[in-house]
Design a protein around this ligand. Sequence first.
Ligand code: FES
Length: 151
Amino acid sequence: MSIEANNEKKEFKPLIVAFCCNWCSYAGADLAGSSRLAYPADVKIIRVPCSCRVNPLFILRAFQKGADGVIMCGCHPGDCHYSTGNYYARRRMTLLFSMLDYLGVENGRTRVEWVSAAEGVKFSQTMNEFVEKIHSLGENVRLEDLRCKKN
Ligand code: FES
């Protein structure tokens, strides 16, 4: 059996980046953890002060570095710790995601979700659904920067 055939049989382990705002979603992730609600280890959480701190370039960079999916979680509209941060984030992400779709990164690979500090169950369910979706889409080959690829 050739090496290539061997590599093809490897199980797909997606890399998923989740940007979570400190005040709600990260606390929701924490609650999910302390409530022993499972979500896949494929999700790598990056804590940000607010969803509006997520520069669209962070998401492009995540895809460049080999992410298969990127999700941004923040406080529910109206509940942002900084009043209007998530409104700005929502608008930015809407534009970015449509641009990514145009570039060939399917809509399913990006998602915005509002998760409060009391919604550990929602956090866990959202991550499980998102990981399942990424599994169905398979590996992301768009935007990947080969210089970032590990051999
Ligand atoms: S602090 Fe959570 S979205 Fe702004």
